[in-house]
Design a protein around this ligand. Structure first.
Ligand SMILES: N[C@@H](CCC(=O)N[C@@H](CS)C(=O)NCC(=O)O)C(=O)O
Length: 345
């Protein structure tokens, strides 16, 4: 298999593989250069110098888009949005005028990877942060990108930006985030791209054991760790929000729908309705990506019309659990007009 999110055979250059018994193995090798306040890797934090490239479809990129919103970095770190559909060379800017990113002037994200490393052999993945003056990708390390937006960029964050990685909760956040990564974020891909019954059964069992535990954990508390939104919630939400639209059917994660898990469904709605989360979600782009690009598991490329998504805006009742979403901070204002997403329907 090629293609870095386990995508189709056409997505070229991706580093994911399957083991002999059909288990999906994600390539976790990244461009790990960091953009830091002290510029130790040669890339100092600087307003307007970098461009965050995402795709609305991608859950890994979604995390970076959420944290950028929560931190109020929209003007400081502008964002380019690749369209939902790939060709064999992965992401392209097919939604932009002339099919080019208006700042980088490129048609494909691959060009920025090749500027960094000619013939870059691994997946052309989002999220990616590009250095605008050189046009090179600096990093595609999704977990490090969000942590650095929350810490290294502090001089440019909005007033009232929350602390998503509070010192006293770090061990617990790391532990929960690792379990969520293994069993849920990546677990759904392991179900969807399993190459054999046993590999699928194993991934499915692990996914549902973890979701059952998360359901219990969230029945009595508003957020995963502490009483505020943290990095752990930012990790879980993008998978939950895609669950019924994509993972339940397309990836065969179908013991139940998210809407049938009372605590997780209310928790996901609570976050969806929190500024910075739901306003990054475009259900049509999400569905267009998975169902069209993954021809190996959906050969017709037909995109399902459902499910209805208007219910994401229904009352969730989670305020009764207490919690202070932004801690001592405040919610972000609305997104810039150019980044507005359609309302769920
Ligand atoms: N590679 C990162 C996550 C980024 C990722 O896989 N993104 C997918 C989209 S959801 C991608 O860009 N795939 C491009 C491709 O397969 O060509 C990881 O495995 O932790």
């Amino acid at each position: 298999m090629t293609g870095t999110d386990g995508d189709d055979q056409r997505s070229g250059g991706g580093g994911h593989t399957r083991t002999d018994d059909g288990e999906f193995r994600r390539d976790r090798n990244y461009l790990t250069t960091r953009i830091t306040a002290d510029g130790r890797d040669g890339y100092p934090v600087e307003p307007g110098r970098y461009r965050l490239i995402i795709a609305r479809a991608c859950p890994w990129a979604n995390r970076a888009a959420i944290v950028r919103r929560l931190m109020g970095l929209e003007d400081v770190l502008p964002m380019g949005i690749a369209g939902p559909v790939h060709d064999e060379r992965s992401w392209s800017f097919h939604l932009d005028p002339d099919g080019r990113d208006p700042v980088l002037g490129i048609e494909r994200l691959q060009e920025a990877y090749f500027r960094r490393e000619p013939g870059y052999p691994r997946g052309i993945t989002v999220p990616a942060v590009v250095d605008v003056p050189t046009g090179e990708v600096v990093t595609n390390d999704f977990a490090r990108i969000t942590l650095d937006l929350g810490s290294q960029w502090s001089a440019h964050q909005r007033d009232g930006a929350p602390d998503l990685y509070p010192e006293r909760w770090r061990d617990e956040i790391d532990e929960v985030a690792e379990e969520v990564y293994r069993d849920v974020n990546n677990g759904v891909y392991q179900c969807g791209f399993a190459g054999g019954q046993h590999a699928y059964d194993t991934a499915y069992r692990r996914l549902w054991e973890r979701l059952d535990r998360l359901e219990e954990r969230l029945a009595g508390r508003r957020y995963l760790v502490g009483d505020t939104i943290t990095e752990a919630d930012v990790r879980l939400f993008p998978t939950l929000v895609r669950f019924d639209a994509v993972y339940h059917g397309h990836f065969k994660c179908n013991r139940q729908k998210l809407t049938e898990l009372p605590a997780l469904w209310a928790y996901a709605r609570d976050l969806f309705q929190t500024p910075g989360f739901g306003d990054t979600i475009d259900f049509d782009q999400i569905k267009a990506h998975y169902y069209v690009v993954h021809r190996d598991i959906n050969p017709t490329g037909i995109v399902p019309r459902g499910p209805d998504t208007g219910n994401w805006l229904s009352p969730h009742g989670r305020e009764a659990l207490g919690g202070r979403p932004f801690g001592d901070g405040t919610p972000p204002g609305p997104p810039p007009t150019s980044e507005r997403v359609p309302s769920p329907r």
